[in-house]
Design a protein around this ligand. Structure first.
Ligand code: MG
Length: 388
């Protein structure tokens, strides 16, 4: 919804992260979109630097603890709820939500409740609360545009194809740094090994999610909500080169693929610039140089995240929120050296099992499920630590 004349106004939440900074770069030479607000979690210095360079004066910082001097002319909102307040005050046309984790859900809600379209990089919003977020978007006449590369690819593939001609959708996965490994070999890998993603450069949480393949699981739930596709019609294919981002299988047996170099700038630009394309400096794909593209089925014995996610997604209600919260806590424990890599997914499975009966039909109920899952997983993670 563009209600402000010529310039489309965007707020970027999570601006200091990998997606946020790339979005600022992409928008630097776009004179049809003005960044009117920026928000960050705790990185005050980076926020102020980005805002100064881009000439943005309306800011929010979720953390209250920072030592840096607020730049002249800047209005800074601080603390819990400050990002949501920024959105409510500025009433932008578009919000890019590039916050990591469940914390992004309240920003998704603030965007939609204030009538803004949502460029969504925070997949956890859709994973935990997809059914309610979709409803909120419809009620407010807002669009949700995926920034996640596979989903941006699917959205582009699906343009112009009648729904009854689509049989399946496939998300590709690089397989992460431990593709081809057994569960035993992966059990005690280090944080550095797990962060070392072969094809994409990303933040810590999503890199670990890629190493466990939980990321692809979360993306299945994301796709289910974005495209209204049933889980039995969603497939995952491991594709180490990360050139084909997604495939759509048609009823005549043909498939369409969306391909390109693995560079997040492409889906970011497509999403924030209103589903349009231009040259933003992504290296052209030269298949002759790449030579071969390979594909394989995911190894569900070594990577049990996928079946666990499909079960939680199919169950619906609070299950995906519980799954997401347990995973966030387990990944943090791993990143802090408190939990073995091989314990992340089993811990998520235990949490899902134990919190089966929590309701999940309102945002409040999902918050409750999220809190319960965090507490349970934190407790279980520290018990594991004591016993080893
Ligand atoms: Mg992705």
């Amino acid at each position: 919804m563009c209600q402000h004349g010529f310039m489309k106004r965007i707020v970027i939440a999570g601006v200091t992260g990998s997606i946020g900074t790339q979005a600022v770069e992409v928008l630097a030479d776009n004179d049809e979109i003005a960044i009117v607000g920026m928000a960050a979690g705790a990185k005050a210095r980076e926020l102020f630097e980005l805002a100064t360079v881009a000439g943005v004066t309306e800011l929010a910082l979720a953390s209250e603890r920072f030592a840096e001097q607020v730049p002249d002319g800047v209005t800074l909102r601080v603390g819990a709820g400050s990002v949501e307040a920024l959105i409510a005050e500025l009433k932008p046309d578009l919000v890019l939500n590039a916050v990591v984790g469940y914390a992004g859900l309240s920003i998704t809600r603030a965007a939609l409740e204030n009538g803004a379209d949502l460029a969504l990089a925070n997949k956890e919003s859709l994973v935990a609360a997809g059914h309610l977020v979709k409803e909120l978007a419809a009620d407010n006449g807002c669009e949700i545009i995926p920034v996640d590369s596979e989903h941006a690819s699917l959205a582009q593939l699906l343009e112009g194809i009648p729904a009854d001609e689509i049989s399946n959708m496939t998300l590709t996965a690089s397989g992460g740094p431990f593709r081809g490994w057994t569960a035993e070999r992966m059990a005690n890998v280090t944080v550095d090994e797990a962060l070392n993603h072969p094809t994409w450069t990303m933040g810590g949480k999503i890199s670990i999610d890629s190493a466990t393949m939980m990321n692809k699981g979360l993306e299945l739930i994301e796709a289910h909500h974005l495209f209204g596709v049933r889980y039995e019609n969603l497939k995952v294919l491991v594709h180490p080169q990360s050139i084909v981002h997604a495939l759509v299988e048609l009823t005549d047996g043909m498939q369409m693929a969306h391909m390109g170099m693995p560079d997040m700038k492409a889906p970011i630009a497509w999403a924030v610039e209103g589903r349009t394309r231009r040259n933003i400096g992504v290296a052209p794909l030269d298949l002759g140089v790449i030579g071969s593209l390979t594909f394989e089925e995911p190894d569900l014995m070594a990577f049990p995240a996928l079946p666990i996610v499909i079960e939680a997604g199919t169950r619906g209600g609070s299950a995906p929120a519980v799954l997401n919260a347990a995973n966030e806590v387990a990944v943090t424990a791993f990143l802090q050296g408190r939990l073995g890599f091989g314990r992340i997914i089993p811990l998520v499975a235990v949490c899902l099992e134990q919190l089966q009966d929590m309701p999940g039909s309102t945002f409040d109920e999902l918050d409750e499920a999220d809190r319960a899952a965090r507490a349970l997983t934190a407790e279980a993670a520290s018990a594991v630590e004591v016993s080893t």
